[in-house]
Design a protein around this ligand. Sequence first.
Ligand SMILES: NC(=O)c1ccc[n+]([C@@H]2O[C@H](COP(=O)([O-])OP(=O)(O)OC[C@H]3O[C@@H](n4cnc5c(N)ncnc54)[C@H](O)[C@@H]3O)[C@@H](O)[C@H]2O)c1
Length: 333
Amino acid sequence: MITNPPNVLIVGCGSIGERHLRCFQSTGAAMVAACDSNPALLEKVAATYQVPKFATLDEALACGQWDALVICTPAHTHLPIALRGLEHGAHLLIEKPLAVDDDLVPQVRAAIAQSDRAVAVAYVYHCMPWIAEMRQALLSGEFGRPLHASVVSGQHFPTFRPAYRDIYYARHESGGGAIQDALTHIINAMEWMLGPVTRLYTDASHQALEGVEVEDTVVISARHGSVLGSYTSNQFQAPNETTLQIHCEKGSICAQSHLQRCGTLRHGQADWQWTSFGPLERDAMFIDQARAFLDAMQGLPHPLATFEEAVQTLRFNRAALQSARTGLAIDLP
Ligand SMILES: NC(=O)c1ccc[n+]([C@@H]2O[C@H](COP(=O)([O-])OP(=O)(O)OC[C@H]3O[C@@H](n4cnc5c(N)ncnc54)[C@H](O)[C@@H]3O)[C@@H](O)[C@H]2O)c1
């Protein structure tokens, strides 16, 4: 049974955890509490949002019945915390990427199967209206079969995360580097539209970001079955821009995150027909994501990434890193 309103524990209240806390609170449909192992940060977040606080997960789980956990710690801790949450009987919203390896995937899958809890992964592109519109246009069948997809994406990461050297980003083992941090959003969105990546080749390199050695630039050649994909991302360029395109038999579909719009161009037409969704604040998508998760907890339909979809994107992340290391193309069964 879910408490009304449900009790939602935010585990990890750093950059994205604070945003989730604020956005769940903004729905007005959840009682939110904060858990973080950094005492100063916990104090500040709890005081800012006037919420209960817990220094450890153990303390929080012993203290109350949580209807849901929102897991916002670094990636290598997501699945161990997910297991604790499922044992507790909580629904789970897990930040991306799902994990950095698949060691605990079978155990978590089994625990989900034995529970009647909703488990979703916070690939927030699922809550961007221009991406939803793109997917809708593709699935309508009006454009015929997809043949080729491309994504060109980048931003100046130091502007958005000045602390990038000191957080999970600095090491692959904690979910860092361009592939697991940024590209994973794009690939998950493309897999949501085109199905799983079945083959890939990666070129990746550390090009610019000072103080880290992980790749900040990645170029992928991929296949989703018969659909070819070319996906690029870097984390040092000046413009904060992401353009996704899918070219089909009868025309093309485009989403531009920086302009918050989706367009279509059919063969025979002279120019793109745009639908604009902005201006939307970044929190708006996270509030929609929180609402969608609260729906999922009640068994209602929702657009969020499922556990299995995130497992597939984890498979992609690992294969992309392996391809970058070995210089070989990789088939994904
Ligand atoms: N969806 C998005 O747009 C988005 C954006 C940023 C980060 N993320 C993802 O969210 C996760 C966290 O990223 P971040 O940028 O918020 O990192 P962060 O370093 O800012 O915050 C992580 C917090 O977790 C806390 N923590 C670590 N282990 C803990 C534990 N066992 N119990 C309680 N607290 C613990 C740390 O003290 C820290 O405050 C990563 O997986 C990252 O990839 C997603």
